[in-house]
Design a protein around this ligand. Sequence first.
Ligand code: HEC
Ligand code: HEC
Length: 147
Amino acid sequence: MKTGVPWKAITIMAVLNLTGFAALGAHAEGVKSLRGVQVDEPVFVEPIARPQNTRVNRQFRQQPPLVPHKTAAYQVDLKVNQCLTCHDWTNAGEKKAPTLSMTHYADREGRQLDRVAGTRWFCTQCHVPQVDAEPLVQNEFAPSSKR
Ligand code: HEC
Ligand code: HEC
């Protein structure tokens, strides 16, 4: 087995590195960032909209109510659901949060469960923080009548 320093390999690597950097330098002027500015220029980013903390009416009777608080910090994944630490029927009273309605405890066969149904696990699939933002896509939706 050879144990000496592999000078030949090291030299080849050094040369390859140098040519690599040279190629990078040549291409740098042609690089365009997604935001359309030079990559080393600072970019002003709009602040994330703050959710309105007041409760707004639903636009149609079956609408999942909008969330009147921030949700970004609450983890929801396969094992953990932090929304339930306040909204599950076992905690809602002491956390002064609205309790999940019974539809959240019925599985798809209609059986009433003691724990939130799998079909209602990913809360933010249906409930989004309420923000008075410009619609991304224009539409002619009008709220259902209040009769
Ligand atoms: C720290 C406790 C807490 C956590 C965690 C929490 N909430 Fe809330 N939530 C509240 C409280 C309190 C209210 C009532 C606020 C009010 O009435 O102004 C509320 C209101 C709501 C409402 C409005 C219900 C209605 O009838 O209008 C929805 C929907 C909601 N939360 C969804 C969520 C979701 C989804 C998550 C997880 C991403 C979550 N919440 C996490 C405390 C919490
Ligand atoms: C598949 C859509 C869907 C998912 C997922 C879902 N919800 Fe709802 N949620 C609704 C709808 C629709 C309503 C209003 C009608 C009702 O109560 O069933 C509602 C109502 C609520 C209410 C108000 C209850 C009341 O009696 O006023 C709260 C609070 C709430 N959801 C929180 C949550 C939380 C927390 C999760 C996650 C554990 C969650 N929801 C998952 C659709 C959903």
